[in-house]
Design a protein around this ligand. Structure first.
Ligand SMILES: [Zn+2]
Length: 407
């Protein structure tokens, strides 16, 4: 997968007060919701993913005849398809839309940050004008950014808009590659030069076990009161409290690690190589090492923060299919066998190494073989313990941990 041009995307969410009557805006939101539902109903029974072209052919003229503008129509069918797609991948039921919200393309609105006004183009030639409520400080940040899409919502008491802004960042020319492997207990990263010399190896502990404990507690309580937990105040409160903890721990950690990792990458002018988590479904790593009950959301959250912080520092991020990276020999490519706890061994060439370090080297190699012609040679590595400074790798009782890896 090609790395995207680094760009920062941020949403500005604020209250919006309609100038004059809001009848037409509400009418539009209802029409939009019904149109999305209609398409969801129709494509739910169709197997497989529909291309944009197919969606266009199936629904465009119908949507336009309902009064939608060209870009409304596109937003409606793309949104419907994404709802179906995500419901299917979660094994869920057909989505039923209740909330009033619409995604609007940048061709269908006019935004003026000086006067804080927003004009929306609605169905059948109608327009709605809204006054935006936000501090000039929050808004000022987005001057000079490009705005491209917005979401308008009605929550029963009033309207909200989230405007998406994007700023292109000029990528730093990478001098090194930083590959990152996310695991249940630790995050392992390696910084390697383009000719395969190791510049840094580091491990961070994760709080995932703590998060899992809170989760298990919640699940247990929900199982004990399967129908009633929502209605018993004390139980619901306790569940909320644990949920808050999970949120705080995971976001707090993700922000901290994102900042640390990107800071390090900036110091080494690295391009950051992450595992493409979408490709994990067919990968056996998920079943074994990733804890199924915790799910992938926690890894996505960490990746999100790493990417965000990297882009703030003008660093490029690429995602690589992690298939085989934790099971194949980085020297000869043969499947590795388990030697000891966390240690893998190659029966063909005798290579021995730490599981997570092998994963980061393989990610690095995959990246290099994909994006450059120069080969990788002479990587010498020692595996550090969590939070240990790898440049001064200490003596370790475990022989395999200090085995010299030469690939
Ligand atoms: Zn081998």
């Amino acid at each position: 997968m090609r790395g995207e041009e680094p760009a920062l995307v941020e949403a500005l969410r604020m209250r919006a007060l309609p100038e004059g009557s809001c009848d037409k805006l509400l009418e539009f939101l209802r029409l939009y919701r019904n149109a999305v539902q209609m398409i969801v109903d129709k494509i739910w029974s169709i197997d497989g993913r529909l291309s944009k072209r197919k969606l266009h052919r199936l629904f465009y003229s119908n949507l336009v005849s309902m009064g939608f503008r060209a870009h409304h129509a596109k937003e409606v069918y793309v949104y419907a398809e994404s709802l179906v797609e995500s419901a299917r991948s979660n094994g869920g039921r057909k989505p039923i839309l209740r909330k009033l919200s619409a995604r609007i393309d940048r061709y269908d609105y006019k935004l003026d940050l000086d006067t804080m006004t927003l004009a929306l183009k609605l169905h059948s030639g109608y327009e709605a004008k809204l006054k935006l409520v936000s501090s000039s400080e929050r808004v000022g940040k987005f001057r000079g950014w490009g705005n491209y899409e917005l979401v308008v919502k009605y929550d029963g008491s009033g309207f909200w808009v989230s405007i998406y802004f994007r700023r292109a960042v000029k990528a730093v020319k990478p001098r090194t590659v930083m590959s990152i492997d996310l695991n249940f207990d630790n995050i392992t990263l390696a910084v390697l030069t383009l000719d395969g010399r190791l510049a840094k190896l580091k491990r961070f502990r994760t709080p995932h076990r703590k998060v899992l404990t809170h989760r298990i507690w919640v699940e247990r309580v929900q199982r004990r009161y399967p129908r009633s937990w929502r209605f018993i105040k004390s139980v619901r409160k306790a569940i909320d409290r644990h949920g808050e903890r999970v949120k705080n721990i995971s976001w707090g950690y993700a922000h901290k690690v994102g900042d640390l990792v990107a800071g390090l990458a900036s110091k080494h002018s690295s391009i950051i190589v992450l595992e493409d988590l979408d490709k994990l479904r067919e990968n056996n790593k998920r079943g074994r090492e990733f804890n199924k009950r915790l799910g992938l959301w926690i890894y996505r959250r960490i990746q999100f923060c790493i990417e965000y912080e990297a882009k703030e520092r003008n660093l490029e991020v690429v995602k690589i299919n992690p298939r085989g990276t934790s099971s194949k020999c980085p020297r000869c490519g043969k499947k590795l066998a388990k030697n000891k706890h966390r240690i893998l061994r190659c029966r063909k060439c005798g290579f021995v190494g730490d599981r997570d370090v092998i994963a980061v080297i393989n990610l690095y190699k995959k990246y290099v073989s994909k994006y450059s012609r120069c080969g990788v040679s002479g990587v010498a590595l020692n595996a550090p313990k969590p939070d240990e400074n790898p440049s001064g790798v200490q003596r370790n009782r475990d022989d395999a941990m200090k085995t010299h890896l030469v690939i």
